[in-house]
Design a protein around this ligand. Sequence first.
Ligand code: DQA
Length: 147
Amino acid sequence: KRLLLVNGPNINLLGMREKEIYGDFSLKDIVRNLASLTKQYGYTIDDFQSNHEGELIDRLQEANGQYNGIIFNPAAYTHTSIALRDVIKAIDTPVIEVHISNVHQRESFRHTSMLAPVCYGQIVGLGISGYRLAALAFIEEHIERNE
Ligand code: DQA
């Protein structure tokens, strides 16, 4: 039972960047927090962050069939990347798109997601709880299916 956490560009700057929007948790805090949550349910979690679109695509391709679910904050690529959309579509592993901030309260260019239509679900605006809720959604869905 494994989950994968993937974060896109500038998420490595969490805790330093625009704190009024993103809060003061670091990416390390998030990873630690998720690892202890998922452990309670017998899951392990791997994490990957990149500022490069191609590296994110490579990681998602490699993840195919290896995980029960992928928790993905694609950051700014959400709004632009057809290539990320294609890889999410191409793999069988379900992806939940997570945004820390409420993108709908922000600039209009953040209102559109190229990826949401091919994702299993989307969580927006709940801060870092969004990552935890995405993990729980995969875990609970699994329990329901009795796998
Ligand atoms: C973000 C929202 C994006 O619009 C932005 O480019 C980010 C972070 C979020 O988590 O709220 O880098 O994905």
